[in-house]
Design a protein around this ligand. Sequence first.
Ligand SMILES: Cc1ncc(COP(=O)(O)O)c(C=O)c1O
Length: 571
Amino acid sequence: MNNLGYLAGAILLALLAQKAWIRLQLSRAKHRSLTGHSKMARRFAGWVPFYEYDETRFFKADAAPQRIATQRREGFMRLAALFEQRFRKTAALTGEIFAEVSDLQFTSRYRVPFQFSRVVRDHFKAGAFLESSAGVHVTDLDGNRFYDLTGSYGVNVFGYDFYKECIARGSERVRDLGPVLGAYHPVTATNVKRLLEISGLDEISFHMSGTEAVMQAVQLARYHTRRTHLVRFCGAYHGWWGDVQPGVGNPLPARHTYTLEDMDDAALKVLRNRKDIACVLVNPLQALHPNIAAPGDSTLVDSGRSAHFDRAAYSAWLAQLRAVCTERGIVLIFDEVFVGFRLAPGGAQEYFGVRADMVTYGKTLGGGLPVGVVCGRADLMRRFREDRPADICFARGTFNSHPYVMGAMHEFLQQLDSEPVRAIYRDLDQVWDRRAAELNQRLSAAQLPVHVSHLSSIWTLTYSLPSRYNWMFQFYLRAAGLALSWVGTGRLIFSLNYSDADFEAVADRVLSAAAQMARDGWWWQGVGLTNKSIKRRVLRELLRARLGQSRLPQARWDTSSIGSINSPRSR
Ligand SMILES: Cc1ncc(COP(=O)(O)O)c(C=O)c1O
């Protein structure tokens, strides 16, 4: 071979080595959990066999002695009888539509780990209807009044009465135009101005949901950078659109998504070295539990759930992300659909002191009505190219900028500037930090194995003793008059109109519910019971079920039980 041949070979080798190095960096930037490995998670989900406990095994899935199983059974049946009597009307109406509403079937199935689900469903028919809301309460069809900790998926930041007012006043304001679409009601103009002030960005687009807003932001980032991939961080939720849901839950693989480890230098290296990254999506809610998916009780296999919020560390991480995105021309998108307006009037950008190129808002911003909003830099928001008239980035939506939504949003934004609302924000973190500390102090003084972690008014419960039954706590809390969403104790969302007295009442109920649950034997501690031993036991059960299943005709088995394994962590 002549010199030229050697040179060409050496260049080729160097290129291949560089490619391999960049690929290796990507592997290193993935979180070690299944949540960090979408393909593997999907494969695992497809592998998990269905099996369930009968009423005998249900009470001793942790090999508890008969005495404890009996104690648990008595507690369970007492609670079931209370549900039956207290929620009769609400449960009856739910029963009437249950078989026809797929949403209901899904949420009821995934309230608790799948092995326990049937027995729970057979006995706890809580019902999915509510009659009214007022203050921090909601009332069901049987007249039961609950403290609301669902937060309506995060929409309810200021209390339901606040949103009723926004809707009523907003509707009044736009009544003459009514539901005319396409043209804008004049309130839209003031909304535009105010939102651009809040976001510090140049242009805006209106959509109907948070999912759509995220889709639009990513689409625009791809269009303008001419790059293909979006980066999201492990565990983060950005709506149910396929590209941001690359693992379990999406029937197709997301081919243009990188899921990287949150708050990790390896992720920064990937951003620095790859040329195909259009944008980075950040959901600041992950600051409470980086790299872990939304903590639903159906994933409470043991007590391994953890959460901890460190504002300074997360701010520093966002600043690093900002710097690398600027350096590499990557669009930094803050998805504030959940946390926007909950942490600070200027949202997560203000709260963490970092500015994004695009911000998505939704939920509460609609003043109680459905909405999604994208704010962004002018050069990123344009949907056409001056020099290529046929090259456009298409996005429309029939109900975008609906007058009634704009009316309610207008009221929301006006209220945001009012003195009572400003006053709420002034000492927001101190209030919620103090409340969390007080509740934790009371729980630990009572030697109850429950702990609260929080990001301002967004709370999650964790459990300090190894147990297979922590998810039972949601039913004790409901019996104590606290309304939780279907993810149970994984996510408690307070509205900011909770007074100290309201909070005290909630804390009393949490304590009494936990004490009752402890008395009923659910937190029994056997010799050798650890989170590890629980995981090992469940894995053995899975293997046994899987082996049994492969020997039986496929049709006899229900393999739809994927939801409860969407975040088993290997750490
Ligand atoms: C951060 C974030 N982004 C997007 C969405 C999707 O919003 P929507 O449910 O309005 O489509 C959600 C919903 O929970 C969210 O929390």
